[in-house]
Each structure stands twice: as structure tokens, then as C-alpha cells.
Design a protein around this ligand. Structure first.
Ligand code: UDP
Ligand code: MG
Length: 317
């Protein structure tokens, strides 16, 4: 399928000096092959977003840009995390591109499905999700936690595309839709399906990171999952309310029972049941307060309306 629309590849990079030159080379080949087949405009770009890297990532991006203007760069003023870096890139691309594809710097997402994504775009899709068909290269732990995450999200009623990370194509109008979401707690995977429009998926196998190491240790994964759930679902609060009602009902039954026992004159020193219920209820209350606090924290952050990122430099001409 041919067309002449402008494509921007948006790649967030945090301490990626080890992979960047190879990634740049492979993406350039891909772009060239699409130029030759007349699939995309020659104005298309490969845009790297430097998310406050501490290594030579930005220097490499500057060199790439100087060597070939197809490479463009966005430098954030500091590290803001994957989701914010991605958004910064997409929002910069929005004004210049007809479509943008987001992908990771480590090329774990198969670049060969870019063609399919673009074809689906020309077929009239505004969003094309990259969905992983296999997780052969992931460790058991990563596979287990990741799939548990998708299952949990679905159970919590968050609409997300199963096994889809942040590898996706978005048309300009989808990006404009995204720009209207003002929330600070950014969880793109949950927001993008809310934009609407016609969408489709392409499947691919996820590769191993070819150099450098994962920037998503367990701690960050847990934080990501908590954010995802609490930004999109109030089910945990409801769950606690139901729990409270249940426990209250049980306590009334217990009260009747205790009164009955009392009047039958069989009161015993029920220390065990007493101490257990104190601990159980105390624990439950702390948990409940914690969950409520999590949401209040979210409200607090949202009301401040802080900028999600600040762009220091843009190399794009
Ligand atoms: N990344 C980022 N900012 C961060 C952490 C990660 O921009 O604070 C980028 C990173 O450079 C990569 C992508 O997000 O392009 C995904 O990170 P990674 O490959 O480490 O995650 P994993 O594939 O292990 O989930
Ligand atoms: Mg990766």
C-alpha cells in the first residue's frame, strides 16, 4: 500500500548509550526501505527522547542528528520516567507528523511490524496496537508478573489490550485526542483505548534486549501496576466498603452470640478470640486507610496540575 504521510518513530531513551547506535542503524534501514517502497513521506523522522540520561545518550543523539537530519531529538530537563518521556515525544511529534509509532530503545519490539502498522493506518485505523504473541525470551518471573498484571487490571475493570505494551501507532487525530487527557498520573496503556476511533492490532514476538539492562526492576513494576490500577479503577475502594459492611454484619451476629452466652452464664475468658479480632480488624483498618490514602494522594497530585515534563531542547529540522 502506498501513501505519502509523515511518520515519526518516537523512542524514549534512558541511559541507552549501549544500544542507541545499533537501534539508530536498524531504524534507519527500516525507514529507507519504506521510503523506497513509497509508503511514507521523506519528511518522516526517527525521534529520540532523552529522559534525563546520566550517560552519553544525549551526545549520541546530537551526533546522529548532525550526521543525518532524519534523526531528531527531544531532551527533557530531567528524568521523568518512561511514560512521561513517551508523551513528551508524542506531543512533539503531533504537530509535525500524520502518524507516530512509539517503541523502546532496546528494539525488543520487532521493528518489522512497523510496515504492517503503517498499512493498517492507511486502511483507516487511527490506533494500531502491537501485541506480543510469545514471551519466549522473557524470564519466568517477568512473564509471570506481567501476565498477572494484565489479569489484575482486567479484574479491576481497567480496559487494556492484553499483552500490549507501549508499541503502537497513533494517527494525528488520535494524538490530538490524547492531548486532551490532562491527568498527571499517566498510564498510557489505559488512556489510549479511551480515545476511541477505529483500531486494530498487529502481533509480533518480543526479542531479548540486545545490550544494556532493563530499566524496570521489580520496584518500578509494582509502582507502575499500582498507578495503573488506582488511576483507572475505584474498585479497591468499593472492595473495602463491601469488606466493612461484611465485617459489621458479622460483628452484629457475634454481639448476639456473646449476649446469649452471657445470659446463659457461660462467659469465659475469651482472650484468644479477642486478641485475634483486634489484630484482624486493626490490620484491615490500616489497609483500608492505606488504599483510601492512595487515592487521596492521586487527587492531591492531580489538583496541583504540575507539568508532566519540561522540554529543554528539540533537534528537529
Ligand atoms: N525508559 C525511559 N525512562 C525511564 C526508564 C525507561 O525513557 O525512566 C525507556 C528505556 O530507555 C526504554 C523503555 O523506556 O526505551 C523501556 O525500558 P526497558 O527496556 O528498560 O523496560 P523493559 O523492556 O525491561 O520492560
Ligand atoms: Mg526493554
Amino acid at each position: 500500500m502506498a501513501g505519502n504521510d509523515v511518520l515519526y518513530l518516537v523512542i524514549p531513551c534512558y541511559n541507552e548509550e549501549a544500544v542507541l547506535p545499533e537501534t539508530a542503524r536498524q531504524l534507519l534501514n527500516k525507514m529507507n526501505s519504506m521510503f523506497e517502497r513509497g509508503m511514507i513521506s521523506r519528511e518522516s523522522k526517527i525521534m529520540f527522547v532523552n529522559d534525563g540520561s546520566k550517560d552519553k545518550t544525549w551526545e549520541i543523539i546530537e551526533e546522529l542528528h548532525a550526521s543525518n537530519p532524519i534523526y531528531s531529538g527531544v531532551k527533557l530537563s530531567r528524568n521523568k520516567g518512561h511514560q512521561n518521556a513517551l508523551l513528551a515525544g508524542l506531543m512533539t511529534a503531533k504537530d509535525k507528523a500524520d502518524m507516530a509509532i512509539s517503541l523502546d530503545a532496546d528494539l525488543q519490539d520487532d521493528v518489522d511490524v512497523i510496515d504492517q502498522m503503517v498499512e493498517k493506518y492507511y486502511e483507516g485505523n487511527d490506533i494500531v496496537y502491537g501485541v506480543r504473541s510469545a514471551r519466549k525470551t522473557d524470564t519466568f518471573f517477568k512473564k509471570f508478573t506481567a501476565q498477572g498484571f494484565y489479569k489484575l487490571m482486567q479484574a479491576m475493570g481497567v480496559e487494556i489490550v492484553y499483552n500490549h505494551a507501549d508499541y503502537r501507532l497513533m494517527s494525528r487525530r488520535a494524538l490530538e485526542g490524547l492531548a486532551q487527557f490532562k491527568e498527571v498520573n499517566l498510564f498510557l496503556r489505559g488512556i489510549v483505548p479511551l480515545i476511541g476511533y477505529k483500531s486494530d492490532i498487529v502481533t509480533y514476538e518480543r526479542h531479548e534486549r540486545f545490550a544494556g539492562e532493563s530499566k524496570y526492576p521489580l520496584k518500578k513494576m509494582l509502582a507502575f501496576a499500582t498507578d495503573g490500577i488506582t488511576s483507572f479503577s475505584i474498585k479497591p475502594i468499593r472492595l473495602i466498603t463491601s469488606c466493612g459492611i461484611l465485617i459489621f454484619a458479622v460483628s452484629i451476629l457475634m454481639l448476639l452470640y456473646f449476649l446469649a452466652v452471657h445470659f446463659m452464664g457461660r462467659t469465659v475468658a475469651g482472650w484468644t478470640s479477642m486478641i485475634i479480632s483486634i489484630w484482624a480488624i486493626g490490620g484491615l483498618q490500616l489497609l483500608a486507610i492505606g488504599v483510601v490514602g492512595e487515592y487521596i494522594g492521586k487527587i492531591y497530585l492531580e489538583t496541583k496540575e504540575r507539568p508532566k515534563y519540561i522540554i529543554e531542547t528539540v533537534l528537529d529540522d
